[in-house]
Design a protein around this ligand. Sequence first.
Ligand code: IMP
Ligand code: MG
Length: 173
Amino acid sequence: MVVGKPLLTVAQIQKKVRALADTISDDYEGKNLLAVGILKGAFIFFSDIVKLIKTPLRIDFIVASSYMKTDTIGEVKIFYDIREDITNKDVLLIEDIVDTGVSMNYIRERILMKGPKSLRICTLLDKKERRQVDVPLDYVGFEIPNEFVVGYGLDYDNRFRNLPYISIFKKTA
Ligand code: IMP
Ligand code: MG
């Protein structure tokens, strides 16, 4: 197993997180922001970005896991769900990566059923080429090529999440 050289360096990530936080701070001025981190993958991105958002906010989490039921149909399991009443909240979902879009679409629909005041999505990474389900993304850090990446919260088999940068991961025989 090989973790290659950084695809996105610590400095590139920091700069992007700051830029996203600035835009979000402007957009959510005077709103009732509830920032929802999608775990486990978003744990580092979430903690970095909320520190830089200037709008007063509340936080909550969703712990979700997706797996392939068949080669093409993904299934999403929720292990912990938002406990805040969201009917008067401007909910911002914070995710590490949108790949096929199956997970984010499932989570989005589930939240919309509870009737939030508004709902937007922020993802650090967008692997657009792989999209199967069209899901609207409001804030995107980086569009990345169709490669499996690890680090900055992203894992392979729950490993490499603590790398401070993002690298392409290759499985060797
Ligand atoms: P989806 O295919 O958009 O439903 O993405 C499901 C989940 O797969 C994401 O939230 C990530 O946790 C994981 N995932 C997708 N692509 C990668 C990757 O390149 N590295 C690590 N995890 C990934
Ligand atoms: Mg994830």
